[in-house]
Every structure is written in C-alpha cells, then in structure tokens.
Design a protein around this ligand. Sequence first.
Ligand SMILES: *Cc1c(COP(=O)(O)O)cnc(C)c1O
Length: 358
Amino acid sequence: MSRPARALLDAGALKHNLQQARLHAKTSRVMAVVKANGYGHGLAWVARTLGESADAFGVSSVEEAMQLRQAGVTRPICLLEGFFSTDDLSLLSRERLEPVIHHDGQIKALAVASKDLQLTVWLKVDTGMHRLGYQPATALNALNQLRVIPAVTNIRLMSHFARAEFPGDGVTRSQINDFANVCRNLGLEKSIANSAGILAWPSSHLDWVRPGIMLYGASPLREKDAASLGLKPVMTLESALIAVHARKKGDALGYGGDWYCPEDMLVGVAAIGYGDGYPRHAPPGTPVLVNGRRVTSVGRVSMDMIMLDLRSLPQAKVGDPVVLWGRGLPVEEVAESAGTLSYELLCHVTARIPRVVV
Ligand SMILES: *Cc1c(COP(=O)(O)O)cnc(C)c1O
C-alpha cells in the first residue's frame, strides 16, 4: 500500500470557478493565471482542464509557457514578468507568448529585434503596487516607443492591484482611476483585475480579467469565504491516521517536547508533514478533519507527520481519513491559523504528493 497522503483534484470545481469569474465579469475576456505550477495543482492539468474555456493563460516564465505548449495548449500565453533575454524573442513570436513590458531595457531589445517577429506585448503601468512597470507619467512615452517598433504588432495595457482584497479601499479606487486616465482615448485593450478585483471591484473588469486564486476555489477577500462567493475548492489535501495512542496527562508530544497532554487523552498521528508542504508553522489548534469531523493539531509539525487531538473522536482508528484542507475545510482557514495565505499553502504542496484527479 502506498502512503495515504495525496491531493485530490476536482476538475468540475476548476471549471465551475472559471465560470464564476465569467459571471462576475460578463463582458471581459479571461486570462487564467496558472503560474507556479498552476498554484500547486499541476500546470498542464489545470490548463488542459480549462482548455478553450479560458481566452488566454498567464505564467511567469518561458519554461512554464513551453510546458503548456507541450501539453497541447493553443491559447495565447502571457508572460507576467516579461522576457529575460533577447534570445527568447523569436521563440515568443513563434509560440504566441505575450510578454509584459516593464522597463526600458526590454523596449531597447524589441527595437533591435528582427522586423519579421510579430509580438503582442502588455505594457505594464504601475498605479500603486510599486513592483513592476512604468509610472503613469512615463507610460505614454514608453507606449510611443513601442508603437514604432516593427516587431511589436499589438500593444495592450496592464496594471496590478496591491490591496484589492479590502472592498471599498481608497488605494484600489485610485489605482482604478489612475489606470483609466492613462488608458483614456488610446483604444487599446486593458486589464487590471485579479481575483479580488473580479469579485469586489466591478469597475475594474475592463477588457481582460486575470483570475488566479479564485480558479482554485479559495477566497481572495478578507471578509467573505469561498463558499459564500460561489467558489468550490479544487484541491483536497488528504491523508489518514497511521497511529492512535492513549496518552497520559503530562505526556510531552513530538519535537521540542513543549506540548503536554492536559489530561489522559487519545492522540492520533496523520501521515502528512512539512515535507509534503503542510506548513511547519501551523500552531497547535490548527483545524483538521478526521472522518469528516473537526479536530485540532497538537505539538509541532514534523517532516512526515502531524499529531491530532482525538478527545472528541473516541472511536477514531488507524486508517481513518484525514483532510488537511479542501472539501469541508477551507484552505484559507488553515492559512489563517498558520499565519500565511492560501496562495502559499497551495503552491507549496511538494512533488512527493501524488495529484489524483477525481
Ligand atoms: C498572480 C497574478 C494574478 C492573479 O492573482 P490572484 O490574486 O491569484 O487572482 C493576476 N495578475 C498578475 C500580474 C499576477 O502576477
């Protein structure tokens, strides 16, 4: 028998979540963001499952883009960090990879590229994220340079939100306004909305939306959970109990020996740990499902195992199913407990966890 730790992937949920993005942004085209191995779900699987229902895909590198091409994906692919080397430009043109352009070095490289290339590029405007892109005051100058480059056959405009997860936030409001001001009267396609923009900022939808986390069924919003937003979890990380012990009051559990049983109690051991991507920083008290019932973790997370307080489940036994997140236990809740984000938990699930499509 193989180790019971695995990630179940729900193809129906993935397709459903993309449809939710479409329902929110009815007139926008959808660039499905699948970077970082499809947020840990498997790049090729995500792209193939979404297939033609996405209008384009977004990734971080040529390597990720080529994995998609090798998986048979024919849609355009946006390189969200741009290109890193002039040598890649002919490949970009041939494979219809659309780089984000965010600094002058890239524009210079395009200007001396072969006139036979045909590139769609996304000019990045920094409206407040202060990570990549041209300031609104310099964006038009960059645009005018791009417009006379023969290899650049199509230009679109992109910006990115810094804190759209806070509905009504003033920074997001001004990002939307500043981007609209830059784009005014240019007649170019434009895009600013990530998942939070799609769900909480209708005025940000524009020509293209770029959902990431919502496709995987996690809520990007602070105040609303995924279910109330109509999203379904795609990944369920599960394992099983591999030991159940009756411990005595005062027994110290696990590494560091700093968690003591407050009374005689049943303690379970589940085969999952930080070597699988379960967060090592998840403190005692982090929720876990055993037999579909909520219990909490105790002691420290080990590389391959965690321990569980089974006082509420006196019948629990070896082999009982354990869910770390997914169906019945939102990944956001585990992330909150571990002091991180659903994004990080999903994309940290390691290669030794088999992805099983259900
Ligand atoms: C990752 C990313 C997205 C998707 O963001 P979510 O919050 O996961 O929806 C959209 N646009 C850019 C530029 C990104 O890097």
